[in-house]
Design a protein around this ligand. Structure first.
Ligand SMILES: Cc1cc2nc3c(=O)[nH]c(=O)nc-3n(C[C@H](O)[C@H](O)[C@H](O)COP(=O)(O)OP(=O)(O)OC[C@H]3O[C@@H](n4cnc5c(N)ncnc54)[C@H](O)[C@@H]3O)c2cc1C
Length: 452
């Protein structure tokens, strides 16, 4: 296989870089630094035409095509592929009259939130605004506002995508309903998204944040939290994490190096109503810090306080049908107080509400109807890197008896990018059929995140 890089330094023209070129490392750099991407070529697209040219070049040279915006979801080294980096396709235009945003294929939620907030609008994003809009929405996308408003892709109106034939298509529910339904949750294998149009919701403020309890109280808190979330109305959501925090001086001193239970709460209800909802769990133990308060919706990141700097991690995930006492015992046995483990986080997100209902027409969202999402995270740095994959997987294995699949956005590194049948049989068959129709040679199914 021969690849001839044609490096261009012009800011308006795409840089096409091979591993020997200066700038290659920066162009392929990802948020998850566990894997070092090693594509044969990376094209830093500056326009949809650059994406078209890159996909055509890959076809001509027999290369697989992979896509990266932020690298939050990097799972393999993309070796032998032509990587289209979309991070410069980051324009965001908000139309307050229609409450929509038109977003470039490499934009992040942070950019959308900043553009929407002055108009009193908010997108349905996830726990971290550093995540890319396209990658998130292609996988459905769950966030703290989803129990009230649905998953992110419920608000997707239109997608521009460059398919394997090197054609840029404008896709919506009327113009190409089957491809559009696949893009609403089908995750990968259909092309490179260059632009998306998403609906926004009129949310300006929240009563939200996290309560940090001593980890030693986990045995009492977890069952109470499990029972309490079933009482919440759809306009409230919660998650809980067993966190082993590093001795990081940027953390508040009482949290540095501590094992804690982090209970997160978000509601669009008034502060008074929100405080009444939270009251039964707020004092389950003496909090180390109680940060739940009235806040601007644009500050949603503060609810989870996910890491914002690139780091090497290994993750695992599952959807759970329910969380009986035996499941909580199993979780505590691998991640609870007294367990010596390098695990950073074992997290449970309560689902339900509008997540289960769907809106906006046919889609491919996996996991509607599951009660909880489980997520585990272990550090891939010395001296524990060797055991981190087994540690993250151990949490998922412990809860396997209650597992009912996994979310495509949280598939985890264990699967090397292969999503497999995360959808029910009929939806998965339809996704494969659409993927094969638009990509008969499988250029989007050889590397990176892929259906099979
Ligand atoms: C800290 C953190 C918090 C997260 N929180 C949530 C959350 O609350 N809810 C949730 O649902 N998910 C969450 N995720 C998962 C996240 O949604 C997925 O990893 C998502 O794929 C990241 O997209 P990205 O563009 O940022 O990452 P990238 O690694 O750049 O992209 C990941 C994949 O998305 C696809 N993709 C990205 N851009 C395009 C494009 N333009 N065209 C075609 N395909 C594209 C590709 O398959 C690519 O391999 C979180 C991840 C992290 C690391």
């Amino acid at each position: 296989m021969s690849v001839a890089p044609s490096t261009s330094a012009g800011i308006d023209s795409p840089a096409t870089l091979s591993p020997a070129d200066p700038g290659y490392e920066a162009a392929v750099a990802a948020f998850n630094t566990t894997v070092t991407p090693r594509p044969a070529l990376v094209v830093e697209a500056r326009s949809p035409d650059d994406v078209v040219a890159a996909v055509r070049r890959a076809a001509a040279e027999g290369l697989a095509v992979t896509v990266q915006a932020t690298g939050h979801g990097l799972v393999d080294d993309l070796a032998g592929s032509l990587l289209v980096s979309t991070r410069h396709l980051d324009t965001v235009r908000v139309d307050p009259a229609t409450a929509t945003a038109v977003v470039g294929g490499g934009a992040t939620w942070k950019q959308v939130i900043a553009a929407a907030a002055p108009h009193g609008l908010m997108p349905i994003c996830g726990s971290s605004s550093g995540v890319g809009v396209a990658g998130f929405l292609l996988g459905g996308g769950h966030g703290p506002l989803s129990r009230e408003f649905g998953v992110g892709s419920d608000h997707l109106r239109r997608v521009r995508i460059v398919t394997a034939d090197g054609v840029e298509r404008d896709v919506d529910a009327d113009r190409d309903p089957e491809l559009f339904a696949a893009l609403r949750g089908g995750k990968a294998g259909f092309g490179v998204v260059t632009e998306l149009e998403v609906g926004l919701v009129p949310v300006t403020r929240l009563y939200a944040g996290g309560v940090f309890f001593p980890g030693e109280a986990a045995r009492e808190i977890l069952p109470a939290w499990r029972d309490w979330v079933t009482t919440l109305p759809d306009e409230a959501s919660s998650s809980i994490a067993l966190l082993r925090l590093p001795p990081d001086p940027s953390l508040p001193p009482p949290l540095q190096g501590r094992f804690v239970v982090h209970l997160r709460f978000t509601t669009t209800a008034s502060a008074e109503e929100g405080a009444a909802m939270l009251a039964p769990v707020r004092s389950l133990a003496e909090p180390i810090a109680d940060l739940v308060a009235e806040m601007p919706a644009a500050g949603l990141d503060a609810v989870h306080s996910d890491p914002t700097d690139p780091m090497p991690v290994w993750d695992g995930s599952a959807l759970l049908s329910d969380l009986p006492d035996a499941a909580l015992e199993a979780l505590l046995a691998v991640a609870g107080p007294g367990v010596e483990t390098p695990l950073i986080m074992a997290e449970l997100r309560a689902l339900g509400g509008a997540i289960d209902r769907g809106r906006g027409g046919p889609d491919s969202v996996a996991g509607r109807g599951a009660a909880f999402a489980l997520y585990s995270l272990a550090p891939m740095f010395p001296p524990v890197a060797g055991v981190a994959p087994a540690v993250a997987k151990g949490v998922v294995d412990a809860l396997a008896p209650w597992a009912v699949g996994a979310l495509p956005n949280f598939r985890g590194a264990d699967h090397g990018g292969v999503l497999g049948p995360l959808w029910d049989d009929a939806v998965f068959a339809r996704l494969l059929e659409v993927a094969r129709r638009y990509d008969p040679e499988g250029v989007f199914r050889r590397s990176g995140i892929r259906l099979v």
